[in-house]
Structure formats: C-alpha cells, structure tokens
Write a protein that binds this ligand. Sequence first.
Ligand code: NAI
Length: 300
Amino acid sequence: MKNITVIGSGTMGNGIAHTFALHGYSVSLVDLNEQALTKAIDIIQRNLDRQISKSKLTENEKIATLNNITTFTDLKGAVAEADLVIEAATENEAVKSRLFNELDDLCADATILASNTSSISITQLASNTKRPDKVIGMHFMNPVPMMQLVEVIRGYRTSEAVTITIFTLAAKLQKTPVIVQDYPGFIANRILMPMINEAIYSLYEGVAGVMEIDTVMKLGMAHPMGPLQLADFIGLDVCLAILKVLHEGFGNSKYAPCPLLTNMVAAGHLGKKSTIGFYDYRQSDAKELIVASRFSNSRF
Ligand code: NAI
C-alpha cells in the first residue's frame, strides 16, 4: 500500500489526504474543479502550521507532507497508480454509485475501493462494481488529523483479506480501527444520531433550552460537547439525512427525525457552516442562543 487516491477534497477529503501524506503515503487528491483543490491545499497548509505552532511537527515534515500530495481534476489520471481509492465525495447515493461504477472501470484489478460515507450502504455501493470483495467502508471522523477512530465497515461481500488490509492500514496511520458490519448508520451514527434527535425533541417539547440540554450532557455525562452543539458542527442537513437513512433502513419510527430538525434544515439554519443552528456563529466570540423551541423557550 503506497499510492492512495482520495476523491473529494472537502472537509473530510482534505483531512484524509493530510493524514496519509503526513505518514509518508503518496496521495492523489481529486475534486471537480481547481478552486476546490486550491482551497483544500490551503486548509491542509494551515492545519500543518497549527501543528508546527504546537511543536508537534517540524517545518521539514510540513514540506514533506505537502510534497506527498498531487492534485487532479481528472479521475483517470488520479487513479492510474492507486493501490487504494478512498471516496469522500458529497453524501449522495447517485453521485457515489456513479463514481464506484467509473472507478471499477478505471482502476487496476487489485485496487481496493473504500468509501468514507457516513450512512450509505457499502453493499449497495459495491453492487455498482465487479469487485464487491474489494469494496469496504473506511469511515474517518472529523477532524481527521485529530480524531482517533476509524470505523472499518465490512460490506456483505467484502473479503476477509481486504478487511485485514484496511484495518492494518488504519493502525499504521496511528488510528484505532474498529470493524463493524454494514447495517444502517453502522455503529457511530446509529448511536449518535438518535441521541442528537432526542436532544432536539427535548428542545422541541420545551423540556429545556439549548444551553440546559447541552450542559446536562457535558457536565453530567462528561461529553466534551453537548449534542446540540455537536449537531451544529456536523451540519443539521447531514444529521437529517442520516436519520432518514436509519428510519428507512430499519423501518422503525424511533428514528423518525424531529419536526424541528426538518424545519431548521428547510429554513437554511444548518449549523456552523450556515452561521446559524442551535447557536449563533455570526460573531467569533459570542455564541448566542437561538430560541428554537416549539413552545416559548423555558430558559430563565
Ligand atoms: P464536503 O461537501 O465538504 O466535500 C465533498 C467534496 O466532494 C466537495 O469538494 C465536492 O466538490 C467533491 N465532489 C463531489 N462529487 C465529486 C466527484 N464526482 N468527483 C470528485 N469530487 C467530487 O463533504 P464532507 O463533509 O467532506 O463529506 C464527504 C463524505 O464524508 C460524505 O460521504 C460524508 O457523509 C462523509 N463524512 C463526513 C463527516 C463530516 O463531519 N463532515 C464525518 C464522517 C464522514
């Protein structure tokens, strides 16, 4: 395993490219246009600088890391030498299915095709290829360079050998891999999203305000971040999409997204990325509470 191709240079793609390049792998980073790639390299550079300022990295290591990354807008060129492709494109089943179909044609027979999807079935993605034994989930957490966990998702037809290869690779990145089976939400989101949804329901029903709900979980359960703040960081549209996958995949009403979440997404209040979610991110210092309860907010 030497040449890694990362498809999509957004939030996750640039973090995955950063992590592999830092560990000496040769990384081909692909996106639809040059602007996205320039932005990604800029973010990687700033994140490496932050590591230097904390004395966790040297200037030479930064240069070596950046030298390990080559950018592409052409998929064929980007995968020519790939031992492993990690797809981190937009969370949309049609986009990913098309990509897996194309990758199957473009890549060498031995190339492993992984997806960083949060919720789309690996078995479904694999069905777009003639190599379902070599298709696997490699689910990094955000921010990738900082977070320890990699969920390794074994599709229905993923081979044992490929599972071991990806498990070993994640360990070489100094991450902790965990193998899970391919069912809706895998493990991370199957547990996290119902908790976030329940926090939103508690707000919707007026049981408590935003600050109170987050404070209970931070101080009472030792969570570093409350569920509503975490939802803002993940993106409320992403949370809604994952809950829909859980709801549909299990056919169980316990996963039904809270109507308040649906409303907020429809209103464009998507969390940090849109500057408003459960908190107000328009000013860098003050995070003001947004009154989002169905009833009047019970905060006093
Ligand atoms: P993003 O929207 O920040 O980035 C996606 C990138 O993919 C964009 O730059 C887009 O231009 C590019 N793209 C779309 N179609 C493409 C194609 N056909 N070829 C090449 N590039 C293409 O999305 P983000 O947040 O990085 O998510 C990527 C994947 O990672 C999704 O599957 C998501 O579910 C998953 N994920 C996201 C996490 C998060 O916290 N944001 C956490 C864990 C997984």
